[in-house]
Ligand binder design. Sequence first.
Ligand code: PLP
Length: 407
Amino acid sequence: MVNDTKWSLTTRLVHEGERGARTAGTPTSMPIYATATYIHPSAQELDQAFSDGGLVYGRYGNPTVNGFEAAVALLEGGVGAVAFGSGMAALHAAILAAGTPRGATQPSFQHVLAARDMYGTTRTLLHDFFGAQGITTEFVDMSDMEAVRQSFAARQTDVVVLEPISNPLLKLVDLPALIGLCREAGARLVVDNTLPTPLMLRPLTLGADFAVHSATKYLGGHGDVIGGVVVARSRLPLDNVRAYSKLLGAVLGPFDARLLARGVKTLSLRFRQQCASAAVVASWLNEQPQVARVYYPGLPCHPQHDLAQQLFGDCGGAMIAFDLRPAEQKAVFRFMDALELFLPATSLGDIYSLVTYPVIASHRDLTPEQRAGLGIGDGLLRLSIGIEDAADLIADLGAALAKSQLQ
Ligand code: PLP
């Protein structure tokens, strides 16, 4: 409470109720620290906080955000994490940090090797944004290790960027083999681990340098927040990520951090259920006459099923893609419009089951020939399995498949 005799009511109302003494009880859940600044008891202690990297300003750190970062660092098995306002901001900072030589504070890299099947905006970030700064990127099919070997042999690679499970076709990268090639080439590896989640794959424990998430997806899990996070395997690269976060300022806010921290607590429960339901749905789809092909790493018909078992054990993940028969946009639209439980929302990893049609969404800017070159036909649909009852999901899909065939 401010001194009530010295100051006017107007002045007292500005300060009353703020910076109260700590209560004797510790809050069970991390409070949302909605503050842009922090004060210290003396100027000398403030000076000390500046030099120690203590709490002085919200862009440099916030206890609520730090709580989320600590949970994700634990989840990925890294030395620490830095949270961002979106997955794209996290990828931007991770690529900059990967391109920063050890001990340096500025990025200095020339060439990136990236997976061909990657989230479209990540491709654009590499090709257009970093490309405009003279950094070249070669996109290669990373499910083909021979092609990857040839790319490494052809020129010096500084940074490698990939998604271990591609989107939407769910092709896999042999991550241990790729990490071996990165080591030989002295390249830093950034793994976008959004789709597998650390419950299926922990890239840092295998030797990758950075694991990145669009926390918007499985970590948050409820489709109500946009966020991102970078986890580093070692200290100096982590310091670089923090420095770029402070400089570029795409930080996560404390309200969103609290939602994400809450999401992480139930990740294993949600993801276990989502993967179990996905396995059942994928097997069922595989038997339907209106389905020409199912893409799911947990099915023996997946071309890399052995690698899937090696990397993920019995877990096939919670994403499924399939080709509708006939492979026609009209039939796909009829199918999508008939669904009642699967939402046509452009995301993945939510508690809600979602359906996307890459032809009109992630891959709409490509020509049909370019899409065909990537294996994305006019009948391809992608499902993100939520936490509803698997039997209900199958009933919804069954009814929609039947309607897709009506002329
Ligand atoms: N990485 C993957 C695999 C994604 O699917 C997405 C978004 O869909 C992103 C990164 C970008 O994340 P955000 O939308 O949180 O910026």
